[in-house]
Design a protein around this ligand. Structure first.
Ligand code: ADP
Length: 908
């Protein structure tokens, strides 16, 4: 507002002198007052006093009836700066300066100030008149309008005005945002630009209603944006009237419902979830009053929604648990959730129900907690399952087998007490770790195979393997692995049962070792009982027992008496050290180790001889270190210790009770074997003596026999008496028999002494056979001897006398052992490289089990007829002769049906 300044001529007194005018002023609805030339108020009307809110003091108040004046910007103006003061000082009129007058009660009045200075005729300032026009109402109106405009502009709702013809007359910012059109784009356009084609009719209805003066409130419809998108809106339409109250248009407020709809949808989904949830979902306010109660809550607690909503939640809380609710409310008030809190609630029928409670605070938009939402899960079934689980857990915990579960990735998820004991790790140490810490490096691939199987739902049963304990010790285990499935049957992990089979393995090993030992003992007893050589037996026993005990050194000392001289001698074998080494230490003579085993009647086992007093005697110089000691005396039935077995090891504690048991068994066998060997030796010795005697006797017999034969021949020639001649010839035959026996015996001793000589020649074997047959046939007429040969002349190189001896022997036997038989067949077969001669009888035959014995020295088949006399050496000599020639002698015989003796000789 501009202030006009102008000079006024004339005098104020001209006016003031008129009373009437003063009266008029008093009733003027406009505030007017007058000041003198110094500014003191001299006059004022009623309106002025009303405006100021006080009666000014005439001649005392300066410039204005109010001491507090502010400019339009609400800044205080000093009193002598007020429009009246300035008008008087400067002698100018001020036309309508807007100021604010503050009354004593604090109310403010917007006024326009019009001060006019007054001069006397001489032009001297005599005072001034100021008119104050109250414009408070208008200012407020302006402010209101500005505010409304601002509201319209800042509103989130689209606000549009239009004429009754539908022409848009205003379009706010929110309308721009909502529909995409700018104000400029829409002003003057028809509203139908934002109405979907199928809703054009709506507009008519709206306009009709508005025209009739009806407002439309929250009409939900759809409108089109500039981009053709239909958006849900809530429409409120009111009439716009002109000053005369005539309806000239309509103002529309449109609210975008997109978010609301979305929220509604969300709400619907949420409420569906709440309704279909298996968990009881209950909302309550901070006073504990139930505000919602879903279907599951009805099922769980037995109260219907109607019965529960509006009631206090203590409806379902047992008396002794009411304090829980307080704690819950306290937590919720502090904005805290309560998760998975296990408690008990009461059902409508009074039964209790175990539940798992989760409570979350419900907050309003500004975040204030206004209630609580409770989710209660009925865990009755889980409780039962829980009891079952507890039982299973107890079983797992008390199991002697290690039970471990793990994920398919091999991460350990459970570890029972037995697993702790078996492997040495505590549960805490292994949960979350990969199972591979248990598996030896070279068996890691096993785990892969196991997991692969388990992932395919296949159990692994009693798989024997090795795992590592915490201390790195490998232990044998038997493993069973089964898949762990979730409630949908999907394999999510594996459960392993591992049985420590160390004890089993040890037992098995022990049994195995025992069996092996038995086997060794058996084979040992077989070999040692078959062998009759003392030293061989001793060496075998020493070697095997040293090996069995794991000794570093073993020795066997055997004392015996020589048969011939009776002198005591010692046989000694060792194992683990060479004989030289053994003797070098002068072991036997010097070592007390042997002596005390010889003086004891029981096995002596010492884990560390260095720790026993005996050790004070010390070991011979240069003796290897000895700690473990095992001494086994070998005792004859007479309790006479005949031998000792000794074992030593440089390390202590190498021998066990088990070794003792084995050695005990072996020592018994050894004693028997040694006794046998000794007996055998005695037999051999006796045999030797016998042979010596036979050799000697036959030799001594031969000389007189030769003399007797000579004298008999002379006697035969000289004797003429027929009877005497017969006696002589009989005697000659008997002497010949005797000579033959003696010569056989001599042969035997020659064979035994290896002194049987052969005088080989080239001769016709057939001729020798014929001669032998002739000789026997002459003497024996009881049997007819037939000869068959496939050759006439077959020359061989051999001792003809010895070969003839063989044939004569076989022919004599054939006749002797076939007393009932009448003939003997002899065959000669030239087989090219050899000649085969057979002597066949049809006599008593020989049983199969005797056949191989008949070639032994002095062997005769038992129970022979006494007429079948003999010494049992004929076949022995024949066999020796044929074999010395590189040939063979054998028999084909059937008991009771005769025998054929064959011999073959090489043809050279
Ligand atoms: P001896 O005839 O003097 O007893 P041998 O060494 O010639 O001694 O024979 C050994 C044994 O073989 C005889 O005792 C006899 O039992 C058996 N024997 C030998 N020849 C025959 C045979 N031809 N038929 C049956 N048994 C025989």
């Amino acid at each position: 507002m501009s202030i006009k300044r102008f000079q006024v001529s004339g005098k104020f007194s001209d006016v003031s002198n008129s009373l009437q005018a003063s009266d008029v002023l008093d009733y003027l609805p406009v505030a007017v007052y007058a000041c003198d030339n110094l500014g003191y108020i001299t006059d004022y009307n009623k309106s002025a006093a009303t405006l100021w809110g006080r009666e000014p003091e005439i001649g005392k108040d300066l410039w204005c009836g109010s001491s507090k004046i502010l400019n339009n910007d609400n800044e205080p103006i000093a009193p002598d700066e007020c429009p009246m003061a300035r008008s008087l000082k400067e002698g100018v009129c001020i036309e309508g300066e807007p100021i604010i007058i503050e009354r004593q009660d604090g109310t403010r009045i917007n006024v326009l100030s019009y001060p006019v200075p007054r001069f006397d005729l001489s032009g001297t300032l005599i005072g001034g008149i100021n008119t104050l026009i109250d414009i408070t109402g208008q200012v407020k109106m302006d402010q209101k309008q500005a505010m409304l405009a601002a509201i319209v502009d800042t509103s989130d709702d689209a606000i549009i005005s239009k004429t009754l013809q539908g022409i848009i007359t205003s379009w706010n910012k929110a309308a721009e945002r909502m529909f995409g059109y700018t104000e400029a784009e829409t002003l003057g356009k028809h509203i139908s630009i934002i109405i979907p084609a199928n809703r054009i009719a709506e507009e008519e209805t709206i306009i009709n209603n508005i025209a009739k003066g009806n407002a439309i409130i929250h009409f939900e419809t759809y409108r089109l944006t500039k981009y053709g998108k239909e958006i849900p809106i809530s429409l409120s339409v009111s009439a716009i009237r002109d000053q005369d109250g005539r309806i000239t248009g309509a103002s529309k407020i449109a609210r975008d419902l997109t978010d609301v709809y979305a929220a509604d949808e969300k709400k619907a989904v949420l409420s569906a979830i709440v309704d279909t949830s298996d968990d009881a979902i209950i909302n309550k306010n901070m006073q504990g009053i139930v505000t919602s109660w879903n279907k599951s809550a009805e099922k769980t607690f037995g109260y219907s929604q109607d019965e529960a909503v509006g009631k206090h939640i203590s409806l379902i809380i047992p008396q002794d648990r009411l304090s829980e609710e307080e704690i819950i409310i306290q937590n919720i008030s502090a904005g805290n959730r309560i998760d998975h809190f296990e408690t008990i609630r009461i059902k409508k029928d009074g039964d209790t129900v175990p539940i798992l409670l989760s409570v979350s605070p419900i907050k309003d938009k500004s975040g204030n907690v206004i209630g609580a939402s409770k989710i209660a899960r009925d865990i009755s079934e889980r409780k039962i399952a829980g009891a079952k689980q507890a039982m299973l857990a107890a079983i797992v915990d008390t199991s002697d087998d290690a039970i471990i579960s793990k994920t398919l990735q091999g991460i350990v998820t459970s570890w029972n007490k037995a697993a702790e004991k078996t492997f040495g790790y505590t549960e805490n140490e292994v949960i979350g770790k990969h199972i591979s810490f248990l598996i030896p490096k070279d068996r890691l691939q096993e785990e892969e195979i196991i997991i692969r199987n388990v992932a395919n739902g296949i159990r692994v049963d009693h798989f024997e393997t090795v795992r590592l304990t915490k201390s790195g010790q490998p232990i044998p285990i038997s493993l069973s692995v089964s898949p762990i499935k979730d409630d949908k049957g999907i394999v999510i992990g594996a459960s392993k049962i591992a049985r420590d089979i160390s004890a089993l393995k040890t037992a098995l090993l022990k049994t195995q070792r025992y069996a092996e030992h038995l086997e060794v003992i058996n084979s040992l007893s077989r070999t040692i009982s078959e062998d009759l050589d003392m030293e061989v037996i001793l060496q075998k026993i020493t070697d095997i027992t040293t090996q069995l005990t794991g000794a570093q050194f073993g020795a066997f000392i055997y004392t015996d008496r020589k048969l011939s001289t009776g002198e005591v001698y010692t046989l000694c074998t060792s194992s683990g050290a060479s004989k030289q080494e053994f003797e070098q230490f002068n072991f036997i003579a010097n070592s007390w180790l042997f002596n005390f085993a010889f003086t004891s009647n029981a096995i002596i086992r010492i884990d560390d001889i260095n720790k026993v007093s005996l050790a004070s005697k010390g070991l011979p110089r240069g003796h290897p270190p000895v700690a473990s000691y095992l001494g086994v005396p070998l005792t004859e039935s007479s309790a006479n210790i005949i031998a000792g077995l000794f074992f030593v090891h440089a390390e202590a504690g190498m021998f066990t009770r088990e070794h003792e048991v084995i050695l005990q068994a072996i020592s018994l066998q050894a004693v028997i074997a040694l006794q046998n060997a000794r007996l055998y030796k005695e037999v051999v010795n006796l045999n030797l003596k016998k042979d010596e005697f036979i050799g000697m006797a036959s030799h001594e017999l031969r000389t007189p026999l030769t003399s007797i034969s000579g004298y008999l021949q002379i006697l035969d020639r000289l004797e003429t008496n027929e009877k005497s001649k017969r006696f002589v010839s009989k005697t000659v035959r008997q002497v010949r028999k005797l000579s033959s026996l003696v010569s056989d015996l001599l042969d035997v001793s020659k064979i035994e002494a290896g002194k049987l000589e052969l005088n080989k020649r080239h001769f016709n074997i057939k001729r020798i056979v014929e001669e032998a047959i002739e000789l026997i046939q002459d003497a024996q007429i009881s049997h007819e001897i037939n000869f068959k040969s496939n050759v006439d002349i077959l020359n061989i190189t051999a001792d003809p006398q010895r070969i003839e001896q063989v044939i004569i022997n076989l022919l004599t036997n054939a006749i002797k052992y076939s007393p009932a038989g009448k003939k003997v067949d002899v065959v000669l077969e030239d087989l090219g490289s050899e000649v085969k001669i057979g002597v066949k009888d049809s006599g008593i035959g020989i049983k199969p089990d005797k056949q191989k014995n008949i070639f032994n020295r002095f062997y005769r088949v038992e129970d022979l007829n006494p007429s079948m006399a003999g010494l049992g050496i004929g076949l022995y000599i024949c066999k020796e002769i044929t074999e010395r020639h590189g040939g063979k002698l054998w028999v084909d015989s059937a008991y009771g049906a005769g025998s054929t003796f064959w011999f073959s000789l090489p043809v050279k």
